[in-house]
Design a binder for this molecule. Structure first.
Ligand code: MN
Length: 251
C-alpha cells in the first residue's frame, strides 16, 4: 500500500516523523508536508506564488519533501507530482492537539484529508487530542492497528475519517458525529510601541452538544473518536424544506 502522508504542523514536527517511522515498517510512505507550521490555514491553497519543494531526509526508505504550500497544496503535489497519481491512502497528521466540532473547518490537518477525499482516495485526519502533552507514539501504535482492522470498502467516495486519539489508556474506538463544539471569541486589545491598537484572539470553548455520540464526549471518555466527514456542505434537511417552499422560483 502506497501512503501519502502530510500534516499542518510542519515536516519537522514530532507527530509526522513518528507516524512516518511507524507506517514505514509495513507500507510505502511518501511524506509531502509544509516546511513550517500551517495550523489553522483550513483548506487554503497557493495560487499567486510558486510552490517550492525540497527533498528532505527522515529515515532510510521514506521519500520526503518539504514544500512552501499548505496541507491541501501538499496533497495535490504529492498526488500529482511525487506519486504520479498512484496513491492508496492519504493520512494527515499526527496533529498536535484535538480537531473536534467546528474547529475542523479551520484545521489544516482535516483539510489535508478532505483534499485526499476530493481526489477520490480513502483519507484520514489523525490528531492526538492533547495540545499540552500529546502522545504521538501511542497514537501511531493505535493507527497501525486501526489500518489493519478497518474495512475501507465501507467508506463512500469523497469521504474522509477524522480521527481523534485520547492520551493515556485507550479504551477502544467509536464511530461518532462531528459535534457543535465551538468557540466564544474574545479579543484582547493591546497597544504597540507606536501607539497603534492591535488585537489578540482568545476565547472559551463551548461544549453544549446534547447528543451522546459526538466527537469530544467520546474522546473525554477515553475512546478514539472516528467521524466520517465529507467536503459537501449542503444542509440536506434545510434543502428539503426550502425546496418545498420555493419549488420553482425563477426570480
Ligand atoms: Mn496543527
Amino acid at each position: 500500500m502506497r501512503i501519502l502522508l502530510t500534516n499542518d504542523d510542519g515536516i519537522q514536527s514530532k507527530g509526522i516523523v513518528v507516524l512516518a517511522e511507524y507506517l514505514s515498517e509495513k507500507y510505502e510512505v511518501f511524506v509531502v508536508a509544509p516546511d513550517t507550521e500551517r495550523s489553522g490555514t483550513g483548506h487554503s491553497i497557493t495560487i499567486h506564488v510558486p510552490l517550492w519543494m525540497k527533498k528532505v531526509f527522515i529515515k532510510e526508505g521514506i521519500v520526503a519533501y518539504a514544500t512552501t504550500g499548505t496541507p491541501a497544496d501538499c496533497v495535490k503535489l504529492g498526488y500529482n507530482v511525487v506519486m504520479k497519481r498512484n496513491v492508496d491512502l492519504v493520512i494527515s497528521g499526527i496533529n498536535k492537539g484535538p480537531n473536534l466540532g467546528m474547529d475542523i473547518l479551520y484545521s489544516g490537518t482535516v483539510s489535508g484529508a478532505l483534499e485526499g477525499a476530493m481526489l477520490g482516495i480513502p483519507s484520514l485526519a489523525v490528531s492526538s487530542a492533547s495540545f499540552d502533552a500529546p502522545d504521538f507514539e501511542g497514537a501511531a501504535r493505535f493507527l497501525v492497528e486501526f489500518l489493519e482492522e478497518f474495512d475501507f470498502s465501507l467508506l463512500e467516495p469523497f469521504t474522509a475519517l477524522n480521527i481523534n486519539i485520547p492520551t493515556g489508556e485507550i479504551k477502544g474506538w467509536k464511530i461518532t458525529r462531528q459535534s457543535k463544539r465551538r468557540w466564544n471569541d474574545f479579543f484582547e486589545e493591546r497597544v504597540s510601541p507606536f501607539g497603534e491598537r492591535y488585537y489578540w484572539m482568545t476565547g472559551e470553548v463551548l461544549e453544549d452538544d446534547e447528543r451522546e455520540d459526538v466527537d469530544y464526549k467520546v474522546v473525554r471518555e477515553g475512546y478514539v473518536s472516528v467521524t466520517p466527514i465529507s467536503p459537501f456542505l449542503t444542509n440536506e434537511r434545510c434543502y428539503v424544506v426550502l425546496k418545498e417552499v420555493y419549488p420553482g422560483c425563477t426570480g
